[in-house]
Design a protein around this ligand. Structure first.
Ligand SMILES: [Zn+2]
Length: 86
């Protein structure tokens, strides 16, 4: 797993987009998906925005590219702000 962002200590966040053909192009946005720091990748991943993604239907991106999921970006910013002020 090389394509990860260290958002918080002990939390890995991957940028994941559903593969072409799985959903329509308009829904192929780049979601931010927290990954467990240890252990196998779960059979279902839940993006920061709440979207449930099957890893087999998704591709991992090199950072946020294409069309980012605005809900993911907004929530992730809030999570990081919360972590700084908690
Ligand atoms: Zn999202």
């Amino acid at each position: 797993m090389g394509n990860v962002i260290h958002a918080q200590p002990a939390e890995l966040v991957a940028v994941i987009r559903l593969r072409r053909g799985v959903v329509g192009e308009r829904r192929r946005v780049s979601h931010l998906v927290p990954l467990p720091a240890e252990g196998p990748i779960p059979s279902e991943l839940t993006a920061v925005c709440g979207e449930v993604i099957a890893p087999a239907q998704a591709e991992v991106l090199n950072g946020v590219c294409g069309m980012p999921c605005e809900a993911c970006l907004a929530r992730q910013a809030r999570r990081q702000y919360g972590a700084l002020t908690a």
